[in-house]
Design a protein around this ligand. Structure first.
Ligand code: AMP
Ligand code: ZN
Length: 459
């Protein structure tokens, strides 16, 4: 199965080829756990899940690592403003201690994992708290320090971007004239406006380091943890598009400068945003919907996954309740059509499977994969049993929950009688066929014939 992905680094679609054919190594930037994840955040994880499952579907083993940011993420991605975890503790009226920070992180991580489960997202192979890997951060910063990439100012240790000739490659080397840059908060002590913190000093709470008490910068955790678990160079890195300009740009700079190896990551894949009423959904603004908001409105969370799959991950989506309700109705229709299919075991239809692979292999074209699913379920030339097997095969990637749908368990005696009746019918022994039908009815079941074969229902 050939796989083509849009690589942010090269700004084009590229054929995927991993460093080591036997295992794809993939890193997914995890959530900052100072609040519930909003449904926009969850798009990043549905996307990473479809990507991982597509890789697995095409025969690769995948090692997927995700960090949980429980320290060091300031309200501006550029190392200014309030610490998000501190803000979370303030909001909840809790004292600012490392223990309370951890407790809050564990609470929101548990909620995050529940959300992943509700969306049929497979847990990453490893999911780790950033605060458990401070030693790895320090080791990496020391390496950078030794190579002359760092300098100290009053509030921390910074990375000097002018020392990295490849800085900004991921975002296309935009320079200071950029809008975003002109809005940068000024820190007069910094050598370059875009220099970023590797370690931030803190008098009140923090972790010990060779430079003083404090916290690692937000970007360093992803470099340190991905290098620890995946190596100095690996295959895929995912995240939302907001991470391209600062977080991932800085991750690349510090990783490549520390290890001296390029490229740090071969394929950078980014999901577009889910907007609400044309505006960005933001955890920090408290203007967001959680997955539980859907549950409160009696909408099954899995309908949200289905709605997301209706667009390519690189297309911006505008969330509204009508669209989601429409998606839920469509999904229920698919469920019903599926449940009505023949109970016998069938075979995966190869023609449909080839198309499914082709669509997913084309930069995860889930909208086309879904329309193929509709075509399949309506295709009168394919037996119900084969349709069922093919849908279950597709669902290894789509994960819409077909295999867990409750089916009426038909007693084996009824199945045996139905098969006898089918044989009698084929042999044109209509008397016998009618007698068997009557017997089945007397046992509380009915057999219906259709172009796809027979179906058994409880009366
Ligand atoms: P955070 O918890 O803020 O670090 O974000 C977790 C993930 O969600 C990151 O990959 C972000 O890029 C992504 N993200 C944040 N907001 C949205 C949104 N509105 N739509 C899609 N992805 C988002
Ligand atoms: Zn990250």
């Amino acid at each position: 199965m050939s796989l083509i992905f849009y690589n942010t680094l090269s700004r084009q679609k590229e054929e995927f080829s991993p460093i080591n054919k036997s295992k794809v190594k993939m890193y997914t930037c995890g959530p900052t756990v100072y609040n519930y994840a909003h449904i926009g955040n969850l798009r990043a994880y549905v996307f990473a899940d479809v990507l991982r499952k597509t890789l697995e579907y095409s025969g690769f083993a995948v090692l997927q690592i995700m960090n949980i940011t429980d320290i060091g993420h300031l309200s501006s991605d550029r190392d200014s403003g309030e610490d998000k975890m501190t803000k979370g503790l303030e909001r909840e009226g809790k004292k600012l201690t490392l223990e309370n920070m951890r407790e809050m992180a564990e609470f929101y991580t548990k909620k995050f994992k529940e959300d992943l489960e509700k969306l049929n997202i497979e847990m990453p192979s490893g999911m780790y708290f950033a605060s458990d890997y401070i030693a790895e951060d320090i080791k990496l910063i020391k390496k950078l320090e030794k190579k002359g990439y760092t300098y100290k100012i009053s509030d921390g240790i910074y990375f000097d971007i002018s020392k990295d000739k490849n800085y900004g490659e991921l975002r296309g080397k935009k320079t200071n004239t950029d809008d975003a840059l002109s809005r940068l908060e000024k820190n007069v002590e910094k050598k370059n406006p875009e220099d970023f913190a590797l370690w931030k000093f803190s008098d009140s709470i923090g972790f010990p380091s060779p430079w003083g008490n404090g916290f690692p910068g937000w970007h360093i955790e992803c470099s340190a943890m991905s290098i620890k678990f995946l190596g100095e160079q690996f295959d895929i890195h995912t995240g939302g598009i907001d991470h391209i300009f600062v977080h991932h740009t800085n991750e690349i700079a510090q990783s490549e400068c520390a290890t001296g190896k390029r490229p740090f990551v071969r394929y950078w894949l980014h999901n577009e945003f889910v907007d609400i009423a044309g505006a960005k959904m933001a955890k920090s603004d408290d203007n967001f919907f959680k997955l539980n908001t859907l549950v409160e409105k009696n909408i099954e969370p899995i309908a949200y996954r289905f709605w997301l799959l209706m667009a390519n991950y690189r297309t911006k989506m505008n969330f509204n309740w009508e669209a989601l309700e429409g998606a839920e109705i469509a999904l229920k229709r698919l469920y019903n059509l599926y449940i009505e299919l023949h109970i016998k075991k069938g075979k995966v239809n190869k023609e449909y499977q080839t198309k499914f692979k082709e669509y997913l292999g084309d930069d995860l074209d889930t909208p086309r994969a879904l329309s193929l699913l509709w075509d399949l379920i309506k295709d009168e030339n394919i037996s119900g049993a084969d349709k069922k097997a093919t849908i279950l095969d597709f669902d290894k990637v789509l994960s819409l929950g077909f295999k867990n749908l409750k089916e009426e368990k038909i007693p084996s005696k009824i199945i045996k009688l139905s098969e006898e009746r089918e044989l009698a019918r084929k042999n044109k022994d209509f008397q016998k066929s009618d007698d068997l039908r009557a017997k089945i009815n007397s046992l509380g079941y009915e057999v219906k014939d259709s172009s796809e074969g027979y179906k058994i229902n409880k009366i």
